[in-house]
Design a protein around this ligand. Structure first.
Ligand code: UDP
Length: 235
């Protein structure tokens, strides 16, 4: 598979065309940003770890019947994926209040929510990814009602599986963000699932093992990403 034109460079990934118009190549970078790009840095080996972690999780989700963009991991930092037309909505699923939800609702971080919360954010750096609802999505023609119904159902199925899977590895899945896209008339789960996009806490110590270590200058950032990979590797 030939690496072609650079299509898009984001904060943590580059996307290239390949010689197959239906397949893109994603390259995972060590660069990290937070607070809409205001904080910048690099996390050693993050690209490689996020590539491995995402590939592993996408494969497991595929086995559960969840359609993802994964084709295969082709190198330490590179993954082949099905070409998606990304829907500009970030889908956040929450089991425990943290981050922006804790702040917005005045909840102490770590408070479990009585029912899983699904939120949508409009993917726009200019606007700082504002929180939106189904009406905004319909009003702006970002996705159809049936597409959103499928996305919500899939996001909850991902949560059911991942929560259990992480629990078996002594990890609490606090919250995470998903992105979806269209490929040949189907909606596929895209982007990545990694410590950049999920909050993982150790079940006993509640130590944070995710990007919050970078966002909040907690130290031990690289070690946290390594630890997640290690726990996934232990079956
Ligand atoms: N998240 C993400 N990308 C974003 C914003 C959030 O991957 O641009 C993830 C984040 O890692 C967390 C979840 O979505 O697992 C919820 O994030 P939150 O809204 O609490 O925002 P934050 O505290 O990161 O500003």
């Amino acid at each position: 598979m030939q690496k072609g034109e650079l299509l898009y460079e984001g904060k943590a990934k580059k996307v290239y065309r390949t010689d197959d118009p239906d397949t893109y190549l994603v390259e995972f970078k060590d660069d990290a940003t937070a607070f809409n790009g205001q904080k910048k840095g690099t996390i050693r080996d993050k690209g490689e770890l996020n590539n491995k972690i995402s590939t592993r999780l996408f494969r497991l989700l595929e086995k559960e019947g969840i359609a993802t963009h994964l084709v295969e991991q082709i190198s330490d930092r590179e993954m082949l994926v099905k070409a998606l037309e990304i829907i500009p909505v970030e889908v956040v699923v929450r089991n425990i209040a943290a981050g922006s939800l804790a702040k917005r609702l005045g909840l102490a971080e770590g408070t479990p929510v009585a029912r899983t919360v699904v939120e949508y954010y409009y993917k726009s750096d200019e606007l700082g990814d504002p929180l939106i609802n189904d009406d905004h999505i319909a009003a702006m023609n970002l996705a159809g009602a049936s597409e959103m119904a499928a996305i919500r159902k899939t996001a909850l199925a991902v949560n059911d599986f991942l929560r259990r899977y992480m629990d078996e590895r002594n990890l609490i899945l606090v919250d995470f963000k998903l992105e979806f896209g269209r490929h040949k008339g189907r909606i596929l789960l895209g982007d990545e699932i990694s410590p950049d996009t999920c909050r993982f806490w150790d079940k006993q110590s509640r130590e944070k093992l995710d990007k919050d270590r970078f966002r909040r200058d907690l130290g031990g950032v690289e070690e946290a990403y390594q630890e997640i990979w290690k726990r996934l590797g232990e079956n």
